[in-house]
Design a protein around this ligand. Sequence first.
Ligand code: HGY
Ligand code: MN
Ligand code: MN
Length: 421
Amino acid sequence: MMAKATVQIQESRLRQDLLDLARFGEDPGRGITRTALNDADLAARQWFKERMREAGLKVHEDAAANLIGRIDPAAGPTDRPCIATGSHIDTVVQGGKFDGALGICTSLEALRAIRESGFALPCPLELLVFTDEEGGHFAGTFGSRAMFNLLQEGEMEKSRGAGMSSLAQDLKRMGKDPQKIYQGIRSPSEFRAFLEVHIEQGPVLESMDIPIGIVEGIVHLGRYLIQVEGKAGHAGTTPMHLRDDALVKAAEIITAVNEAVRSGGPEIVGTIGEIGVHPGVINVIPGEVEMALDLRSMKEATLASVKKKIDEIVHSTDNAKIETILTKGGVKMDPGIMEAIELSCRQRGIPFHRMWSGAGHDAMTFPTQHIPTGMIFVPCVGGESHCPNEDIRFEDAATGAQVLADTVVRLALQEFLHPPP
Ligand code: HGY
Ligand code: MN
Ligand code: MN
């Protein structure tokens, strides 16, 4: 059995990386807008590639623009399945500094510290930086789904609305050929495990004053497009009783959808966070409205029954329809990895709490490929996320990085989590 390495992460280095990364897309007072493959994202990627190279990782970018950093064992075979860690680098519009960024920076710090400790790696380690986790173009978790050939037919050509670019356009803009997206496909057998560190994006850990969340599972998630047709007309000359106002009908749907979700109880949440009114000018009666609905629940049956009610609401409205953008089945984290994270916490006397994730992550792609997966949550201040106020305590970020590093070493020393497939 190899000697157990003592791996020590450096909080100051991690803090600097997080602050430096936050500069890309920063709009003072309005958070970070580093949406997938926009100029700020492209600049951030270049910066992060350099940080990975400085840390001694071999770096390449795949056909889906995912960044892949790799450390191979100094001796012995290099084709053994790897232990991978990582997250996403893109943000939502006017988002925070740490959603995604915490995962890639703690992964960098953990791999740096493991390398510096002289630990004799029994298997390769990889740092994965995924493209468009937030769905800035369409469905979300694009990079991790592309890696395992899970893209929907035609999704790269879709965009979030008129005037917004598609992934195919943005991949071309950076010199890639979307038709060759298949070149980035990898076999699940290349991976022994995947671990993602992420801010909790909720209030639980902070309210319990606990620095580490051990994620047990990620919710079922459905995203839908609701379209409402009316009749555009003159705002001044059209009497009220002769109008077919698409926005009034959409407003009735929004209220009814909210009531339907609330009727599902505390285990389901629903949000209409995006709405487009056309033509969208003050003196024209809205002729068309499109809105995006996000539904999530830990219970698939609850999500299905509420979605059925919502379908009835939409279909009972004149000239309204609903279509599915994407559904992602809820996933469970690997018991062996949860145990390894828990041992890492216990070994350092770090309090932890097992919990579910209401947010989606790239970590929900790996279990669908039967790759053992784990997530480590770090508290965020006030539970706020996806907004300029998103904030963390850097000592919590350091604790997350240390638990990650210890867990990677633990999993590697276990030789392999499961006998090779
Ligand atoms: O929407 C989510 O749950 C994630 O932040 N992309
Ligand atoms: Mn995220
Ligand atoms: Mn997010």
